[in-house]
Design a protein around this ligand. Structure first.
Ligand SMILES: *Cc1c(COP(=O)(O)O)cnc(C)c1O
Length: 384
């Protein structure tokens, strides 16, 4: 039996064979603890971690000291949001974020409300983009942090980071961005975009699961951050726990590979995405969710009128592996909070398909998927 075509690359990606090859020696031969300073095993591991840190810093125009390794973007977001909230507690207790953020941003903010913080959840425009005037109006003297994601995990929409960064810097407010879907896929520059904290993860960019990082600005301004994990004092005390060299080496390799083919891959994915969208438009009552061009090249998110969303995903499942929204919440039977924030009705939010096209997808696969979606929708509509 052949397995379904994988088009759920926003949920996770396979590890690139070149990434795996870079990781392998660090499980066995070079197994040392980077914190061991008294012998060669430790030095080897430490040298590999140092090099990976340099690669990741360079990828976003930061310095190596500004990279804090974490277990992924969820932890990086928690560290950024709770860490800033705690460190700036006496300065102010107001945080601004956006309705379409990932739960790894929304939930830490929700948690902070219980500790007495005020959280403003900004709406988005029907295309998923943040309205900068609304952001400007929401800033208060009490505001300590603005958190706006780089690329949305459901609709792929790319927020105007540089404009947000400029606004925040002018007002003396820290700017955090969750770049889990953006790193090594779209250009990121923490200087040009005036970003103060940036969350990354490896497994959305053909690296291993369980590793990520938080960029924390060290000057102009120097960001204060309260650690959320205490212990051995690794990562300059900001994140204790033994560093994991195989994952760290794989993370850096994945980002390096992504950057090396960034333009070329963006072109290829755009062509595949447009090909899919063009074919799907043979159907009546199919609507694009999110901005048409200001989005990740591999993302297509559509709502299909007149079908049951659950039945649609189930019907497609033997041919194509995809989801209607975020992987972490697709078990819950609730409409996507991202799509409802765009103003989609509940039934259209349910009947949505998120196509995440990735490095290993081919044109033939896209054609097969398009045919299958069209047939399944037509069958459901006939029986419905
Ligand atoms: C996947 C994802 C996360 C969570 O990242 P993990 O590394 O899996 O914890 C956070 N934010 C966004 C936008 C994501 O796509």
């Amino acid at each position: 039996m052949t397995r379904p075509i994988y088009l759920d690359n926003h949920a996770t990606t396979p590890v690139d064979p070149q990434v795996l090859a870079a990781m392998l020696p660090f499980f066995t031969e070079h197994f040392g603890n980077p914190g061991s300073i008294t012998h060669q095993y430790g030095w080897e591991a430490e040298a590999a971690v140092k090099q990976a840190r340099e690669t990741l810093a360079k990828a976003i125009n930061a310095t190596p000291e500004e990279i804090v390794f974490t277990s992924g973007a969820t932890e990086a977001n928690n560290l950024a949001i709770k860490g800033v909230a705690e460190a700036y507690f006496s300065k102010g207790r107001h945080i601004i974020t956006v309705a379409t953020e990932h739960n790894a941003v929304l939930d830490p903010c929700e948690y902070l409300k219980h500790l007495g913080f005020e959280v403003t959840l900004l709406p988005v425009q029907p295309d998923g983009l943040l309205d900068l005037e609304q952001l400007a109006k929401a800033l208060q003297p009490e505001t300590v942090l603005v958190s706006v994601m780089a690329a949305n995990n459901e609709i792929g929409v790319l927020q105007p980071l540089a404009a947000i960064g400029q606004l925040c810097r002018q007002q003396g407010v820290l700017f955090h961005t969750d770049a889990a879907q953006a790193i090594a896929k779209v250009p990121l520059d923490v200087e040009a975009m005036q970003i103060d904290l940036l969350s990354m993860t490896a497994h959305k960019v053909y690296g291993p699961k369980g590793i990520g990082a938080l960029y924390v600005r060290r000057k102009n301004p120097r960001v204060q951050l309260a650690a959320q994990l205490h212990g051995g004092g690794q990562e300059r005390g900001l994140r204790s726990g033994t560093l994991y060299p195989p994952q760290i080496v794989g993370f850096a390799k994945a980002v390096e590979l992504g950057l090396a083919q960034l333009d070329e891959e963006a072109q290829r994915l755009t062509a595949l995405r447009d090909r899919l969208w063009h074919q799907l438009q043979q159907l009546d009552g199919i609507d694009l969710n999110g901005h048409a061009t200001q989005r990740l090249t591999g993302n297509l998110n559509v709502s299909v009128e007149g079908v049951d969303g659950q039945a649609l995903i189930l019907g497609l499942q033997p041919v194509v592996a995809l989801s209607s929204g975020a992987a972490c919440s697709s078990a819950k039977i609730a409409p996507s909070h991202v799509l409802t924030a765009l103003g989609r009705s509940e039934s259209l939010a349910y009947a949505s398909l998120r196509f995440g096209i990735g490095r290993f997808n081919t044109e033939a696969e896209i054609d097969q998927v398009a045919t299958s979606v069209i047939e399944t929708v037509q069958t459901l509509r006939r029986s419905g």
